[in-house]
Design a protein around this ligand. Sequence first.
Ligand SMILES: Cc1cc2nc3c(=O)[nH]c(=O)nc-3n(C[C@H](O)[C@H](O)[C@H](O)COP(=O)(O)O)c2cc1C
Length: 190
Amino acid sequence: MGAYGSGAGIERRGLTEAFMEFSEVVAKRRSVRHFNTRREVTDEDVRALLEAAITAPTAGNIQPWRFVVLRGEEAKSRLATAIGQKWATAAPVVIVVCVDPRPCSARYGERGERLYAIQDSSAAVQTILLAAVDRGLASCWIGAFDDEAVREALDVARPITPVAVLPVGYSAEAARKPSRRPLEEVTTWL
Ligand SMILES: Cc1cc2nc3c(=O)[nH]c(=O)nc-3n(C[C@H](O)[C@H](O)[C@H](O)COP(=O)(O)O)c2cc1C
């Protein structure tokens, strides 16, 4: 890929971590829950992930997403307590992908609010996960939390809704590959 950062990243990170082929990025993505606390994630990295995120498609190109970036220990700790997943604070950076459903419901009614807002922001989430792998980083999609507790930790108000919490860092765990149901079981060809 490589389209999301400057080419300088290739030299900075060395050949072994140069941008990957798309198929390799997809195959290598895993949910990582242990991070190397000594390796920093730069603002340039975060920016590249967010630049990638906003290339995702959205219904009517409304782009209802909002991103909150947490770096400070206190902010990360408050969030980790809110979501009840302490391990998430070990990541140098946490990105919370939120959505403002108002423009979606204004244009598309109930379907916009209930479905498109979540689909739009989820497309951004997956793009961040893949862009992270492309840069040699790792993350995990965290969705199990109480919306109101996360709003409070982030100091954002309804109807802004947190969709995913994404700790980002360098992986400190051995790659393991959770199994997938066979394609035949989940696909119908008509
Ligand atoms: C919508 C959603 C919510 C998730 N919530 C959590 C979570 O709260 N905590 C967690 O550790 N992993 C969470 N995950 C990660 C899944 O457990 C993981 O994607 C799944 O086990 C497959 O592993 P893989 O991502 O390495 O392929 C979530 C994933 C998705 C898509």
